[in-house]
Design a protein around this ligand. Structure first.
Ligand code: CA
Length: 340
């Protein structure tokens, strides 16, 4: 479908904030959603707009996956703290973008099982998750100079905290994305090629918007370290864009360490159901052949556990959170230095 044809399909979501008005507005994106429990009901997604005059617009979202909390908390705090008088331009904040998923504390929407980060460009006549993606594609991302979607490993994974950039192949856009990443000044930045066009960052790239992501914790909890990285990083970014000129960026403890994910060879998967005993910690540098962990079989207590090994060297950037796993679950994966 061409862009012009798709733009004619209007979202059913209505905003009660005026994106063109100066000041701080807290309102809702309201989507009609008729269910057994609520015949004329709406899904109401909170949104905060802080605007002062002309200038760039930074769009922040969290809760794309509902069980990832560092971004949600950091954005609520930013929404409370930002004052129009301190802003030059506009900041649009949606802390719980896939609201039904965030309300349920789940990665996916309990209404349509939708994974919002696999739903772009979306569909104005689809389920709630597809409708949210479509509203992002046709309204919110079109307002944005830059976009940052804040993630973590959710309930099933834990990540060493990092800000992330997906490269799209457009030199100017990739440069602007890398500038936004450097401005964020995280301890670790992960740069990798966009592989799935249904994710939020590629959707932004298709509209010429520089976009970032990142994983700031996991286990379905809230990493204080990840939260701290986000809270300073957002303000550093806004300073970089000229939106928050009065912010004094804290001096980073160390320069950002740029890394990238390995290919499939750096991922360890469960070949059978079992209980996974990890033998390498997050952040640990491992050698090829080094044990990733042991898989134990509860039905056969005397059977020796299966030793799973890393196939390549790298740093453990992600591990599965629950010990209990099924065949096909990702148990760990590696990152390696990024060399541009
Ligand atoms: Ca996520």
């Amino acid at each position: 479908m061409s862009d012009s044809a798709s733009a004619e399909r209007r979202s059913q979501i209505v905003a009660d904030v005026d994106f063109g008005r100066d000041g701080k507005q807290a309102g809702n994106l309201s989507m009609p959603w008729s269910s057994h429990e609520s015949a004329y009901g709406q899904i109401q997604i909170p949104i905060v707009v802080v605007k002062n005059g002309d200038g760039p617009t930074m769009l922040y979202t969290a809760g794309t996956h509902g069980d990832e909390y560092e971004g949600q908390v950091a954005l609520m705090r930013l929404a409370r703290e930002l004052e129009p008088a301190n802003v030059c331009g506009r900041v649009v904040i949606v802390p719980a973008l896939n609201y039904p998923a965030a309300e349920a504390g789940r990665r996916t929407s309990p209404i349509d099982q939708g994974n919002l980060n696999r739903a772009y460009p979306g569909d104005p006549d689809g389920g709630p998750t597809a409708q949210i993606a479509w509203y992002m594609s046709t309204v919110l991302l079109k307002l944005a100079t830059g976009y940052h979607d804040l993630h973590s490993g959710g309930s099933s994974l834990e990540y060493l905290e990092y800000a992330g950039l997906m490269l799209c192949g457009d030199k100017d856009l990739d440069r602007r994305g890398l500038d936004l990443l450097q401005a964020f000044a995280p301890p670790i930045g992960v740069v990798r090629k966009a592989r799935d066009g249904r994710a939020a960052q590629p959707a932004a790239h298709r509209l010429g918007v520089a976009a970032l992501g990142g994983e700031f914790g996991g286990r379905g909890g809230l990493s204080r370290h990840g939260l701290g990285i986000i809270e300073a990083g957002l303000r550093n970014q806004l300073k970089h864009l000229g939106i928050l000129p009065g912010w004094n960026p804290p001096k980073p403890a160390a320069p950002t360490r740029l890394m990238t994910w390995t290919g499939r060879e750096g991922f360890v998967y469960a070949p059978a159901p079992g209980v996974f005993e990890p033998l390498a910690d997050l952040g640990e540098e491992v050698e090829a052949g080094q044990p990733a962990g042991l898989l134990h079989f509860i039905d056969e207590p005397t059977r020796a556990p299966l030793e799973l090994r890393f196939a390549v060297p790298g740093m453990v950037i992600c591990r599965r959170a629950p010990a209990r796993c099924r065949r096909g679950d990702c148990l760990a994966h590696l990152a390696v230095p990024w060399n541009g």
